[in-house]
Design a binder for this molecule. Structure first.
Ligand code: NBP
Length: 487
C-alpha cells in the first residue's frame, strides 16, 4: 500500500461537505473524501475537485488508508442517526489517538455522549458548530469546536486556516470547551439567528403594513440601517432581498413568497435548554413561536375574516421619526436577545462545569457566520472589560446604548400595540428589560398564592434570606408546609 498523503478526511459530500473540502484544499491541505452514495464522489472529482489535491474514495477503508497519522476525519452528514452510523462504520478501522470530528448541526447531548464513548475506545472526538452556510463553508465559516481537548492541537491549524478572519486577521475559530460545549454554542448562535431574523421581520411588518413602504423604499431604509449600529450580514441580505425582482413577473420577489416559515429544530432546542436552566430567553422563544404561528396559514386566513383588530389601524405621526424609532426598537431588542443568549451560556457553563469564554464566543461570531455583525465586536469589547459580566446590559457601553434607544423602542411597541401589528420579539424584549431593571416585582403576590393553595411557603422582606414561612390563610388549612424546592 502507498504511503498515506491526506492531511484530513471528510465524509458527506453534500452542500457543506463539498465546500469545506474545497476550502481546506485551497489552504494547502490534501483531503480524502468519501460519500455513502459513491457516485457523488465521482461527480465531485470530475467537476469542482478536478485537478486539486483531493483523493476520492469509494469505501471507508480506502479513506482511512489515505490518511496520515493521527487520522483526522470530519463527518458532514445529516445530524442524528446518520452520524452514529458513520462513526460505527469508521471505528473498526481506526487506531488509538485517531480523531473524529462531527461538523453537523448536532444536538449537544449527542456530542457529550459520543465524546465519552469514543474516549473509552481510545479515540478522540470533536463536535463542532460550523456556520456561514454554503458560501461560508467555501470562503471562511465561523467554527465552534468542543469535545475532547486532546484532539484540538492537531486539528487547530486546519480549522483556524479555513475559518473566517476578523479585520486584524484573528480567526473566527477557537476551542470552546469540553464535551458538547461547541455544539451548545452553535445551538445558541442559531437561536440568536432566529431572534435577529424575527426582529427584522417585525421592523418590515411595521414599515410595510403601517407606513405602506414598498420594496424599493424598504431597500433604501435597510441600506441606511446597514451603515449604523445594525450593520450586519442579515440586514445586508434583507436589503438585497428587497431589491430583488421576480424575473417572470417583474414584481418584488418578497411580495410573492408565502408567509409560512419552516424550522429545523435548533431554535427549539435553545428554548428548551433555557427552560431547563431557568434562564429567561423570551425573545428567542417568541421567534420560535412566531414561526409556529406563521405555519397556521389556513387557520389565520379564516380567523382574519372573523376577528377584528383596533378601529384605527392607520399611522398618523412623523414618518421619518417613526422609521428612526423602528431602527432603535430593533437595536435595543437585539441587545436584549444577545444579553439573554450570553446569560444562557453562562448558566450552561455553570451547570455542566464547562468553561465558556464569552469574549471568545463573540469573536467567533464576529465573522463568517449568519449573525456576523459590527455589534459582536462591541460585545467582545464588553467581555474584555468584564469577563464575568452577569448580563450584557450591565456593561457601560450597552447600558448607554439602551438608554439612547429606549424612547424610540417604547414608542414603536405602543404604536404597534395600538394599531394591531404583532411585534412579539420587540415587546417581549421590552418586558424583559423592564423586568430585569425592577428591584421589586409582583412576585410577592405569586408567592402568597402558592402558599395559599399549596403551602409552598415564602420568604419575608423583613427576615433573612433562606428562612421560609407558611401562613394558614383561611384558618381551615393546617400548619404543615410543603417542601421548598425550585423546579
Ligand atoms: P445534509 O444535511 O442534507 O446531509 C446530506 C449528507 O448526509 C449526504 O452526504 C448524505 O449521503 C449523508 N447521509 C445521510 Br442523509 N444519511 C446517511 C447515513 N446514514 N450514512 C452516511 N451518510 C448519510 O447535508 P448538508 O446540508 O451539507 O449539511 C451537513 C450538516 O451540516 C448537517 O448536520 C447540517 O445541519 C449542517 N449544516 C448545514 C448548513 C447548510 O447551510 N446546509 C449550515 C450549517 C450546518 P448520501 O449522498 O449518500 O445521501
Amino acid at each position: 500500500m502507498s504511503t498515506p498523503t491526506a492531511d484530513i478526511g471528510l465524509i458527506g459530500l453534500a452542500v457543506m461537505g463539498e465546500n469545506l473540502v474545497l476550502n481546506m484544499e485551497d489552504h494547502g491541505f490534501t483531503v480524502a473524501v468519501y460519500n455513502r452514495t459513491t457516485s457523488r464522489v465521482d461527480e465531485f472529482l470530475a467537476d469542482r475537485a478536478k485537478g486539486k489535491k483531493i483523493i476520492g474514495c469509494h469505501s471507508i477503508e480506502k479513506l482511512v488508508a489515505s490518511l496520515k497519522s493521527p487520522r483526522k476525519i470530519m463527518i458532514m452528514v445529516k445530524a442524528g442517526a446518520a452520524v452514529d452510523a458513520v462513526i460505527d462504520q469508521l471505528v473498526p478501522h481506526l487506531e488509538k489517538g485517531d480523531i473524529l470530528i462531527d461538523g453537523g448541526n448536532t444536538h449537544y447531548p449527542d456530542t457529550t455522549r459520543r465524546t465519552r464513548a469514543l474516549k473509552e475506545k481510545g479515540l478522540q472526538f470533536i463536535g463542532t458548530g460550523v456556520s456561514g452556510g454554503e458560501e461560508g463553508a467555501l470562503k471562511g465559516p465561523s467554527i465552534m469546536p468542543g469535545g475532547d481537548p486532546e484532539a484540538w492541537p492537531p486539528v487547530k491549524p486546519i480549522f483556524q486556516s479555513i475559518a473566517a478572519k476578523v479585520d486584524d486577521g484573528t480567526p473566527c475559530c477557537d476551542w470552546v470547551g469540553p464535551e458538547g460545549a461547541g455544539h451548545y454554542v452553535k445551538m445558541v448562535h442559531n437561536g440568536i439567528e432566529y431572534g435577529d431574523m424575527q426582529l427584522i421581520c417585525e421592523a418590515y411588518h411595521l414599515l410595510h403594513s403601517l407606513l405602506g413602504f414598498n420594496a424599493e423604499a424598504l431597500h433604501e431604509v435597510f441600506d441606511r440601517w446597514n451603515s449604523g449600529p445594525l450593520d450586519s450580514y442579515l440586514i445586508e441580505i434583507t436589503r438585497d432581498i428587497f431589491g430583488y425582482r421576480d424575473p417572470e413577473t417583474g414584481k418584488p420577489m418578497v411580495d410573492l413568497i408565502l408567509d409560512t416559515a419552516g424550522q429545523k429544530g435548533t431554535g427549539k432546542w435553545t428554548v428548551v435548554s433555557s427552560a431547563d436552566l431557568g434562564v429567561p430567553l423570551t425573545l428567542i422563544a417568541e421567534a420560535v413561536y412566531a414561526r409556529c404561528l406563521s405555519a397556521l396559514k389556513d387557520e389565520r386566513v379564516r380567523a382574519s375574516k372573523i376577528l377584528k383588530g383596533p378601529a384605527d389601524e392607520s399611522f398618523s405621526g412623523n414618518i421619518q421619526q417613526f422609521v428612526d424609532d423602528v431602527e432603535m426598537a430593533l437595536y435595543a431588542s437585539k441587545i436584549m436577545s444577545y444579553a439573554q443568549g450570553f446569560a444562557l451560556m453562562n448558566a450552561m457553563a455553570k451547570e455542566s462545569g464547562w468553561t465558556i469564554d464569552n469574549g471568545k464566543v463573540a469573536l467567533m461570531w464576529r465573522g463568517g457566520c449568519i449573525i456576523r455583525s459590527a455589534f459582536l465586536g462591541k460585545i467582545k469589547e464588553a467581555f474584555d472589560r468584564t469577563p464575568d459580566l452577569d448580563n450584557l446590559m450591565l456593561d457601560p457601553y450597552f447600558h448607554h446604548e439602551i438608554e439612547r434607544a429606549q424612547n424610540g423602542w417604547r414608542r414603536v411597541v405602543s404604536v404597534a400595540v395600538s394599531r394591531g401589528i404583532p411585534v412579539p420579539a420587540m415587546s417581549s424584549a421590552l418586558a424583559y428589560y423592564d423586568g430585569y431593571r425592577s428591584d421589586r416585582l409582583p412576585t410577592n403576590l405569586l408567592q402568597a398564592q402558592r402558599d395559599y393553595f399549596g403551602a409552598h411557603t415564602y420568604e419575608r422582606i423583613d427576615r433573612s434570606r433562606g428562612e421560609f414561612f407558611h401562613t394558614n390563610w383561611t384558618g381551615r388549612g393546617g400548619t404543615t408546609a410543603s417542601t421548598t424546592y425550585n423546579a
